[in-house]
Each structure stands twice: as C-alpha cells, then as structure tokens.
Design a protein around this ligand. Sequence first.
Ligand code: PGA
Length: 264
Amino acid sequence: MEVVIAPADRLARLAADVVERLVRAGATEGGHAVLGLATGSTPLAVYDELARRHVEDGLSFAGVEAFMLDEYVGLAADHPERYRNVIERELVARVDLDPADVHGPDGLAPDLPAACAAYEAAILEAGGVDVQILGIGTDGHVAFNEPGSSLASRTRLKTLTHGTRVDNARFFGGDLDAVPLHCLTQGLATIMQARHLVLLATGRGKAEAVHQLVEGPVSALWPATVLQLHPHVSVLVDDDAACRLQLAGFYREAYAAKPTWQGL
Ligand code: PGA
C-alpha cells in the first residue's frame, strides 16, 4: 500500500495520470482497458482533469469499458442522483466514452439478486477491472460496503447506514428521507480483484477512516481495511485526511525518495 500526501489538485492529477497511462496503453492485461468508476464528490476532480485532458491533449476513451461500483435501489431512471446519471453527467458526456460501454448494477431490476449475479459475470467477461478509482466513507466503507460487510462479499443488496445517508443527504437537497435505504454494490472481494486500486480521500472528516484503512487491524468494522491485503493500492490523501496517520512522516519521506521511473 502506497500513501501519497499532497494537495487535492495534485492528487487528482496523479489519479488521472494512472487512468491516462492505462487508457493510452490499451490495457494492463486482456484486450482492452477496463476502468472502474466511483461516484461521490471526491472523484469529481479526477473526472474534471480527465475531461480537460480529453479536450486539450486528445486523450481518447474510445474502446474503454467502464464499470461502476454501486447504485441506489429504486431511484427513477431519470433521477439526477441515480449513479448511472451522475457518471454520465460528470464523465461520460464530457469525453468520448461510449455510454454502451459503461456498466452499473441495475437498481431498478425486478430481480435484484439476478442483476447482481449478471453484473459479476459482466466484469469477469470484460477480463476484470484494470484500474479502480475509489473513495472512502467516513465510516470506512468502500463502494457501499458498510461496516459489517463480509470481506469476501460479492455484488449484492446492502442497507445504507444512517451515517452514510446523512452524509449523502447533501446530494438530495438536505432531505434525509429522499436518500434511498438500499443499494446494490460491488462486494469487497469484487473490488479486490481489480488490478490497481486508487483510493482518494480529502478533508478532516475522512481522517479516522484513512488511519484505519492504512494502519488499523483488518476488520469488517472498517471495511476499507481489506485493501491492506491487495498487492497494488495507491492511497492519495490531502493533509487533512492524513492528519491521523501515525507514520505520515515516513509516507512523505518514501514518496519524496521514490525513483521517478516507478510511477504509482
Ligand atoms: P465522498 O464519498 O467522495 O462524497 O466523500 C465517498 C464515499 O462515500 O465512498
């Protein structure tokens, strides 16, 4: 696990560099690049940077396949906060990603378990995710794997915690009752199969979750801690999100001393 502590705009550029390298190379394995997309506010700066590179540097996403992490259950197809619509608005419509190549769990499916199984199969069929962008919840969730999630979980129906619904109410005009109670989410084992995980966190509100993620014991109480078992994780945090890290000084030294050829 590599921890990079830097200002938020630099973190967004570093994450965009990883995506750009993948997209320009075509894939890390298999025939085409497969990108894992996250919603929430933290990845937006990465999507802004990718859209800028598309326009100014000709970065093309043609032929890239993308998989989203999660989706609310029951939000109407045209609801602006449905994650499918969020990702279309924040990234797909701003670059040349083909919307038909962007997949998400279907929170409106009549048979939700079947939709979850189909989603797992689709990821497998695509050859797995090369680079997965991740945020982290204040309670340590990744995607919508709330505390208590099985570390071996697969895409399934989950109930959002009260805290997550409070955190997300800002997207629903501050109306807690408008935030769905249920979601479909890639499981922790699903996420762990992506080849490179790039997690971003900014702000003091994430400091405890980041401390647990990097330095806490692996536990379902802090689901993100399972990432400690992944061989290739980049944790990109600003000073505020890093403020509880016990070994922050060492992470800074190690990154500053990193050979330039190494990359993330
Ligand atoms: P945020 O959400 O980026 O909006 O803080 C992160 C998450 O809940 O995973």
